[in-house]
Ligand binder design. Structure first.
Ligand SMILES: Cc1ncc(COP(=O)(O)O)c(C=O)c1O
Length: 400
């Protein structure tokens, strides 16, 4: 005995009741939990069995979810894939969604077909962790379309896509790629960051798995990190086991922030599109710019595919400079008023970032001039254009 008076039991008992009457608010409360409590052993055993089987909304432990995360997972499934029957796993980041989806389907000796234009860290995961586990990755030309047939091997176990591609914005013929993969019994996975959840419906194209950084437009406010894996019902056991065996989960506060952010997505997205197009058209007429990589512009090489498969655009696109030294690039990007240097696009704010593609393209090496990616936010397009104009003037003032 320490001699200290025992803590009053009230500290553990206070404040746990939900209140004297039902209280209906617009938004769900945030559930913060580790243990989930049961009244009887029979209920406990039923919950353990249901959780192990990956049943919807089953949780014997909060790593499997809380009412707040269930509400978000349901919303993601409905927006991304409804009316297709899918299940959704929430994980700590978009990159983790990519890594976990690949781990769920690949084993030593397997062959993975991955688009050359994927998000850089996805490529690093394939070349690093997957290679160490004995998975062989072949990077294919993102514009290969149905020609992917020629690359299929007996041990190909996944076809991985991203459309538009990171930094280079190639549009992939995802329906054609999915059709070939399906004929070969190969599951398909798409990083649908750019289009999700309003600009394309990839499960209508026969897709099996989409991986989503909810960090981007879903949240929309640059204040939270989260990823989702959306998978057809019949493939859920693989993803469920990969998530469960790694103990991957998200907190109620973060899930609540995404739920809050996504409410305004339908008004944010058209604004990003309009502001983005205004900036893109202005850039296309600049003498310093070789071309603008924006799929909604007719000059984009896969504009027809984009029109066929997408219902709109957002604020993320790129442009190629005719030429620029490192010092000139820095003059264009440094200390801009609105276009700050930053990587995680999809918030309300504008961003600028030069690309470094040297190690990131092998099947379709980049042979053009310096590339810059913009995320056009919700600021006034006139102010954004003035900001870039000042950047081009600073670039011109650099004496080489
Ligand atoms: C295309 C794409 N996929 C995935 C991710 C990863 O998302 P997160 O930042 O949530 O890890 C990003 C992040 O920039 C991305 O641009």
């Amino acid at each position: 005995m320490s001699g200290q008076p025992p803590l009053p039991p009230a500290l553990a008992e206070l404040g746990r009741s939900a209140g004297p009457s039902p209280y209906e608010s617009v938004n769900l409360p945030v559930w913060r939990a580790s243990s989930v409590l049961f009244d009887t052993l029979a209920e406990t055993r039923a919950a353990v069995a249901a959780t192990a089987a990956g049943q919807l909304r089953a949780a014997n432990y909060a790593t499997a979810g809380t009412p707040t995360t269930f509400a978000l997972a349901d919303s993601v499934g409905t927006l991304e894939a409804g009316p297709h029957a899918v299940r959704v796993a929430l994980v700590p980041s978009g990159l983790n969604a990519i890594a976990t989806a690949l781990l769920a389907f690949l084993s030593p000796g397997d062959h993975l077909l991955m688009s050359d234009s994927v998000y850089g860290p996805a490529r690093l995961f394939a070349r690093g962790m997957l290679a160490r586990l004995g998975v062989q990755t072949e990077f294919y030309d993102p514009c290969i379309g149905a020609g992917i047939e020629a690359l299929m091997r007996p041990n190909t176990r996944m076809l991985y896509m991203e459309s538009p591609g990171s930094y280079t914005f190639e549009i992939q013929d995802v329906p054609a790629l999915c059709a070939v993969a399906r004929r070969h019994g190969v599951p398909t996975c798409l990083d649908n960051a750019w289009a999700s959840p309003r600009l394309a419906r990839p499960f209508d194209w026969g897709l099996d798995v989409s991986v989503l950084p909810l960090t981007k437009y879903w949240s929309g406010h640059a204040d939270v990190l989260m990823g989702a894996i959306v998978v057809r019902d019949e493939l859920w056991p693989r993803v469920h086991q990969a998530v469960r065996q790694q103990g991957l989960c998200v907190g109620g506060d973060d899930a609540w922030l995404i739920l809050r952010g996504m409410r305004t997505l339908d008004v944010r997205m058209p604004a990003h599109e309009q502001h983005g197009l205004a900036v893109a058209r202005w850039l296309a007429a600049r003498p310093e710019v070789a071309r603008v990589l924006h799929p909604a512009l007719e000059s984009h090489p896969q504009h027809a595919l984009w029109k066929r498969d997408f219902s709109g655009a957002n604020g993320l696109f790129g442009f190629e400079l005719k030429q620029a030294s490192q010092a000139q690039l820095a003059a264009l990007c440094d200390r801009r008023r609105h276009f700050r240097l930053g990587f995680s696009w999809g918030g309300f704010e504008s961003l600028i970032m030069p690309a470094h593609l040297a190690d990131l393209r092998t099947a379709r090496p980049w042979s053009g001039g310096p590339l810059v990616r913009l995320h056009v936010g919700l600021e006034s397009p006139d102010a954004l254009i003035a900001d870039l104009q000042a950047g081009f003037e600073a670039m011109a003032a650099v004496n080489e």
